[in-house]
Design a binder for this molecule. Structure first.
Ligand SMILES: [Zn+2]
Length: 250
């Protein structure tokens, strides 16, 4: 089976590995642009891992609800995991040392089906119970490199600005698919995101974190123009919200 990738809008993805393992990244399904979130969440009968890049609510999203029901293990840095457990109530027995790491480290999970490496991102990471509650310390934000056995290696940038050390991500693992934020305002916009793609050199690139709110003004069209201007060899794949695509092997 080929790897399946579903985009729910913002930075939320579902990955189904060639062996049928189910991973969610930054699972904010109840975002303003994904219709049918309640039905989709109810239909997520089996989830193995929930990966979170940082503590903001548009990334933690529906993780606690989904985790409690599916018993998915939480994959996050030490500080973020502790904040999600203590402040938001993610079951602590599903957030133990096996799936908790930190930047530069690789976790080998699900019997070697999945290897997750935490890499830097330039952003914030505080966790809040709700919009009026004070922010709780959750460490530094990250990007995630997710290497699938028999499938591609995927780099999810998290929320970040462009930084030159992104070039180091692909020095250790060739990146097949890069999921890159392009929305501007809170993260890179199209021009800086295209520069990030040049640094990483993936085979294909999928834009995310745009169009969810009016202030996230970056568009796939502008991003495409910026990639062309830089003569990027990465294939641009623009996903529709709720769409599932197949990803080739590495
Ligand atoms: Zn965000």
């Amino acid at each position: 089976m080929e790897t399946q990738l579903t985009w729910y809008g913002q930075s939320a993805f579902r990955i189904v590995t060639p062996a049928g393992k189910v991973l969610l990244i930054d699972p904010w399904l109840t975002n303003p642009v994904f219709e049918g979130a309640k039905e989709e969440i109810a239909a997520l009968a089996h989830v193995d891992l929930i990966l979170i890049t940082h503590g903001h609510s548009d990334h933690v999203g529906d993780a606690v609800e989904i985790g409690k029901r599916t018993r998915a293990k939480l994959v996050a840095t030490f500080d973020l995991s502790a904040a999600i457990v203590s402040a938001l109530g993610y079951p602590s027995e599903l957030a133990d040392i096996e799936t908790t790491g930190h930047m530069g480290g690789t976790l080998t999970l699900l019997g070697g089906e999945v290897a997750v490496t935490f890499v830097p991102a330039w952003h914030g990471s505080g966790v809040s119970k709700d919009e009026t509650a004070p922010s709780i310390y959750a460490g530094n934000p990250t990007g995630l490199v997710v290497a699938l056995r028999g499938g591609p290696t995927i780099y999810h940038t998290g929320d970040t600005d462009l930084f030159s050390d992104m070039a180091l991500v692909s020095r250790f693992q060739k990146i097949d698919t890069m999921l890159v934020c392009i929305g501007d305002h809170f993260t890179m916009g199209p021009a800086r995101a295209a520069e990030a793609v040049k640094l990483v050199g993936p085979r294909e690139v999928i834009p995310m974190h745009y169009g969810t709110f009016p202030v996230l003004t970056g568009t796939p069209e502008a991003f495409e123009g910026e990639l062309k201007r830089r003569k990027s060899k990465a294939q641009l794949r623009v996903m529709k919200i709720g769409e599932t695509i197949a990803l080739g092997a590495g």
